[in-house]
Design a protein around this ligand. Sequence first.
Ligand code: BGC
Length: 760
Amino acid sequence: MVNSHVRSSLVILFCLILLPRAWSQTWANDPKTEARIDSILKQMTLEEKIGQLNQYSVGEATGPGGSKENYADMVAKGEVGSLYNVPNGEKINEFQKIAVEKSRLHVPLIFGLDVIHGYRTTFPVPLALSATWDPKIVEKSARVAAIEASAAGVRWTFSPMVDIARDARWGRITEGAGEDPYLGEAMARAYVRGYQGTSLSNPDSIAACLKHFVGYGAAEGGREYNSTEIPERLLRQVYLPPFHAGLEQGAVTLMSAFNSLNGVPASANPFTLGQVLRKEWQFRGFVVSDWTSVAELQNHGIANDGATAARKAFTAGVDMDMESNLYWTTLAPQFKSGAIPMARLDEAVRGILRVKFALGLFDHPYADLSRASTVMLAPDHLAASKQAAEESFVLLKNDGVNGSPLLPLKADAKVALIGPLADSAKDMLGSWSTEGKADDALTLRKTLTERLGDKLIYAKGTDIRTDSEAGFAEATTAAKEADVVIVALGEDAAWMTGEAGSRAHLGLPGNQEKLLETIAATGKPVVLLVFSGRPLVLDWAASHVAAIMECWFPGLQAGAALAETLYGQNNPSGHLTTSFPRAVGQEPLYYNQLPTGRPPKDVDLTQPPTAGTEKYVSRYVDEQNTALYPFGFGLSYTTFTYSPVTLSSSTVRAADLNAGKPGLTVTAEVRNTGSVAGTEVVQLYINQRGTSVSRPIRELKGFERVTLQPGESKRVQFTLGRDELAFWNIDMKDVVEPASVKVWVAGSSTEGQPVQFAVE
Ligand code: BGC
């Protein structure tokens, strides 16, 4: 006989292991609101219900189609649920007035916009924000964006993009947090906290939209909109967790992706939208399609006409149709004929109304536009953007010139500033800069001119994408006259990064590398500043240039943040969140790979294989395996050392962890061994062996930014419990299994000395 205490423990254990990890969506469980929704649903005609499912762009087009009609009549008849890309707040309030005063049931509209990394105050691009490893500044960036966007009437952003991206060829890698799911989860939570604030109903909160559900980042060949093949375990282990984390944090909407996933388009995928999102995660908000992704189901080949496309998307779980206009034109007869159950319609409308209620739109439908004049570009917003930029720069190389590191620069040095990114304000904004204006952006040239006066010589040298060498001579002369040369090179933000910005070559575009070689040939010390939305192949620079810093696209305060970093008022602390390849052929390249049966142990990978046994390991015959600059890597103007790692225990029981008991603690001491203050990103990695499925050779399971004065040290402590040690095992259960576990605490994914413990 099992006694009742044991039985109830077993029941709890069973629930923990087998039940979906649902959470209380407090915003979606208010009985009074549910009663109000019931009452609206009862009064709605079929057309009014379907009306809620339609979304149209007013103005700007970011995809094919892009309607530019006047929607006033449709809104008055209750035929529209949402408008986006509405040009300004006044227009938003005008449309809202029609919805709440003229439409029969007075249901307010929800107004959306792609507020991706700031609204008017542009922050660094999201990939740069992730390189801060600082969820607080990321949250702040989203808060600032929400305050500004809501002051212009926007209450819903199509952000954050939480797609994991392991392939630098994909242009949209710039919109996310890089290649790691653990970091991706932390960033997803930070954005949602920032956008949605303490309560979604606050007038300066905006609804978050986790996108693109799901697998878009795994586009084959890095080619935009391409199909993806992701086995279920990998999907659950790597691609789904940031979405789940964002929902746990309270995100109220998701966007379904363009790509097909394992042969089933993500915008009509019953497994991800139905089984995972609604059944397992019990999502109670709503899903919007991506731009015309419902109509595109026909191109995917799973629908021969618009009506079938609409039915497949809607029944799979896409509640709102962005821009295809197919829900409006084709769903009604399909409900009438019973081809689609009415219950599904009520579920979708209910989700949309819930979000509108949560935003307080029924009680306060209009935006208070008077805030706009004080909040746009407010001093603390610009300060936050500058701080984010400063924390995002990743110092990749800083070699000695005449016995001391080239950076920070000496105040009295004569400087030549060369390159097409030195004075390009529009590129500082990055892709998707919404209301960000190039006129508000500080370039490096602008800031350095003020700072250095006639100690600065500027020459553009070349354009971003050209073969013309017309500017090379002037640039060479400038370099020869200077003590040190700053060369600012990189990508065209709008054309080469972001949506539809896939690249097959990852070098510096145009003839920029040739310009760099020409400048380096003068013999003057060179600092290379790289502006890009993705990892680039920097192999030539890495072996020929003294200092390299990855600057991404830093936002409005680019010049100020860069100047302070170059001159040492800011000590770089960014670390990479994507692996920088040596060659494009290494892509997809990511640190948390699975082991192989033939690891290239004891083989000199820096040399091509010459003899038989060197060849038959997992390697290239013409390139090294490793990243040029790995995940987690980033230098500082100071140096840090790590004490040996200690563990609170050498064994822990899988059953205890699965039952929710605490795990063990991992401690290491970090010391600043240089002569200036600095911030280290302390990273915890694990590897598990002896498990039912292969586990990555290293996985991030904790991180902390630690600021230390010269000589100062600090103990950093992490915990390893169920959340960190569980994985999707051979039975597709998310559990902790017995394993031998290696643990590293280090400043990058390739450093540190492991210690070991056992999960029994
Ligand atoms: C993009 C989405 C974006 C939408 C609305 C699409 O082309 O893929 O990320 O939110 O347009 O502008």
